[in-house]
Design a binder for this molecule. Sequence first.
Ligand SMILES: Cc1cc2nc3c(=O)[nH]c(=O)nc-3n(C[C@H](O)[C@H](O)[C@H](O)COP(=O)(O)OP(=O)(O)OC[C@H]3O[C@@H](n4cnc5c(N)ncnc54)[C@H](O)[C@@H]3O)c2cc1C
Length: 304
Amino acid sequence: MKDLTLLKSMIKGDIKENELMSKHTYYGIGGPASIYVTPKDLTDLKQILCYSNKYSIPTHFIGSGSNLLVSDDGIDGIVLSPGKALRKIQFNDCNVFAESGVMLGKLVRGSIKRNLSGLESLIGVPGTLGGALVMNAGAFGGEISNYLKSVNIMNMEGDIISYNPNDIEFSYRFSSFKNTEFIISANFILKKENAKIIQEKRDNANKGRKTNQPLKYRSAGSVFKNPKNYAAGYLIDQVGLKGTKIGDAEISNHHANFFINHGKASSTDILKLIELAKTKVKEKFNIKLELEIQMMGFKEYQKD
Ligand SMILES: Cc1cc2nc3c(=O)[nH]c(=O)nc-3n(C[C@H](O)[C@H](O)[C@H](O)COP(=O)(O)OP(=O)(O)OC[C@H]3O[C@@H](n4cnc5c(N)ncnc54)[C@H](O)[C@@H]3O)c2cc1C
């Protein structure tokens, strides 16, 4: 790995070497990232991206790690997170501007407070706005892309590009952003709505989440996408895997599409449960489960 003295002299933000990714994932799993960087501002961000581009250092973007499974072997190269930076949020009538490091919950609550409708069903979805846009996060009938007006990204050359929603493909837990595009901010146009109607939708989402999800435990939310016409959790339950444990990882008894780390689970424990669920569901239903969680640092893992 390159000597970091140069990069350290170029930015005001934080650089850590051999930083354990278990500290930055909701699973609490993941070995060391060779370099873990959080920029202080957009100037820093440009310096980091241009540096990794110039020296061809593999670079991975993360938000708050709520949808990530990181290998116990860690990640070679740079892991770049907005950290505590990029947290500006501005409301102007129905227009909302937010930077990618803003926690989605703050954006949702801020909108609800101003009687702005469009994001309330996303209440309780963890993570940053950047992660939500890449994943096209959704819940209880709403998706983050629904009221999007534009997104600004920075590419590896340090150029800022503004996209409107037609430039990007969004579908269920999918967006077409490239993994070389760091999301820096987004604009939304929300709808003025009666407070009672917004609160009802928020309360329904809140209740559904608390009833259906094992929120007391460490997880990355749904492991698999729901295949057409089925809930992945139902299929995993039907093949008898609820409550199955490998090491310190478990397929939740509460919601079979949530895999839990009871404290000491390794990425291998979770991977074995993933393989088991895929195999059994394929055998019984001839349905191929597709991962929703994002994998980082696995050199040999084949998604299919
Ligand atoms: C208890 C629980 C419940 C959940 N419920 C839901 C739910 O109801 N609906 C739902 O959709 N998801 C849900 N999730 C999954 C997760 O919260 C979302 O996918 C979330 O949007 C991820 O945000 P993050 O900031 O943590 O992103 P991360 O997990 O850090 O990253 C996710 C992806 O986004 C990319 N990324 C992150 N930030 C940037 C950036 N600034 N620029 C470019 N790429 C970036 C990463 O490379 C990665 O591919 C849940 C997770 C948990 C733990």
